[in-house]
Design a protein around this ligand. Structure first.
Ligand SMILES: [Zn+2]
Length: 413
């Protein structure tokens, strides 16, 4: 994403960072202790600034770049500052999704015995499908995926760095080109959309060229493509599987961006003067990615629902464990987009009401379902007793609940 060519002051940047921070007001209302994961986040922020610094020698002299991890943006944005520095903002939730995606896809690339490269494991086993289901399901439902903490392989770590190089380089190019989202009055709406699309493809191409020139012939140049394509694939999965309308009318679909980058690989190799045996690493990775995608589509119940999982845990004995429920829900409100968490809770609340109504129509009673409904009622009461923001979130949850409770066919939330 680029954010307009206007140059902003440090003070304006501070205000933007304030607006893009995590909204923790609802978590506060539920009594969540904010001592959370600030150390982990600042470690990530530090690593991103190191990645940005490694790109600078390949950019016009004197350019400075600062990276900020924020919450309340779709993925990434950039601003040119009046002191000549570029500020790049990257969403924490997307970084976590990217980390999981890189872990999953590089896990299927296995080193050849003779050390000459990697081969791809074509089979997708139950464990891998479950991992994908947990990663994608949690992101879609509450906006932040959980992460299993594993010791990353060298390939995984290097690929993640390459993917983040691509994200940061894409934003730096927007800043250098002074790309803008300000409407061009000389173009009609569709023409102006064409201009905005062109900016994105150009930023992808130049970002890749930048990452490739940093890596050079000897520093694993294949990873420039592996990182960029996994990054675009991660965006594509979020676009494809989400029920919410895409927030961005500026970006072309990520599938198209991915296809162009992938098909243009040979041209990039030639332009960079790198003479390696042509690598089919990315083609193999993409085929594996589509197998994973097909595996989850065939077993959609494995697209994990953190809310249903929590409800099951909190009512396993037929009683409502309200402490556990409120503590996990408040954690979600502390780290995930408030509106998305509220929508998803409201939707599952509405489905539970529909199931209860169906039960009573046929003269049955499901004790666990009633215990789950009691948890939603309790959460609603706690929120309407809170401050203004919590009250509006409670009303939004109830609005979605009522709509879903009355629905009989699939529709967007
Ligand atoms: Zn962009």
């Amino acid at each position: 994403m680029n954010s307009g060519s206007a140059v902003i002051t440090r003070r304006e940047l501070k205000e933007i960072l304030y607006i893009c921070r995590q909204d923790v007001s609802v978590a506060d209302t539920l009594g969540y202790d904010q001592a959370d994961n600030t150390v982990y986040r600042s470690k990530i922020n530090h690593a991103l600034n190191e990645i940005a610094a490694s790109l600078l020698p390949h950019l016009p002299a004197g350019l400075q770049c600062e990276v900020y991890v924020v919450d309340n943006i779709p993925a990434a944005a950039t601003f040119n500052l009046s002191d000549g520095c570029q500020a790049v903002l990257i969403a924490y939730h997307f970084i976590r999704f990217l980390m999981g995606t890189v872990h999953m896809l590089t896990g299927g690339l296995l080193p050849k015995d003779d050390g000459s490269g990697y081969y791809v494991n074509w089979t997708v086993d139950d464990q891998e499908r479950k991992y994908f289901g947990r990663l994608l399901g949690a992101y879609l439902e509450i906006g932040v995926p959980g992460l299993d903490v594993n010791e990353p392989s060298d390939l995984e770590e290097q690929t993640l760095v390459a993917a983040l190089e691509f994200v940061i380089a894409h934003e730096i190019v927007h800043g250098l080109e002074e790309d803008t989202l300000v409407i061009n009055d000389h173009l009609t709406g569709f023409q102006d959309y064409g201009r905005a699309r062109a900016q994105e493809f150009r930023a992808d191409r130049r970002a890749l060229a930048l990452v490739l020139s940093r890596r050079g012939e000897h520093n694993w140049p294949e990873l420039a493509f592996l990182g960029a394509e996994i990054c675009l694939l991660a965006f594509s999965w979020l676009e494809q599987f989400s029920l919410l309308r895409s927030q961005s009318l500026v970006h072309p679909h990520s599938d198209t961006r991915l296809l162009r980058v992938h098909l243009e690989e040979p041209a990039f190799w030639r332009a960079a003067g790198i003479h390696l045996d042509m690598s089919d690493l990315t083609a193999a990775m993409l085929r594996r990615a589509f197998r994973l995608q097909a595996a989850i589509e065939e077993r959609p119940e494995e697209l994990w629902s953190p809310i249903n999982h929590l409800l099951g845990q909190c009512t396993s004995d037929g009683m409502s464990n309200s402490d556990m429920f409120l503590s996990v829900v408040s954690l979600w409100f502390a780290i995930a987009p408030t509106d998305l968490v509220a929508h998803s809770l409201g939707a599952i609340w509405g489905s539970a009401i529909r199931m209860r109504d169906e039960d009573s129509r046929i003269g049955q009673t499901d004790v666990r379902l009633l215990a789950q409904l009691a948890l939603f009622d309790l959460l609603y009461e706690r929120l309407v007793d809170g401050r203004v923001r919590a009250i509006s979130v409670a009303y939004e949850m109830a609005r979605v609940r009522d709509r879903v409770a009355a629905e009989t066919t699939l529709s967007s939330l």
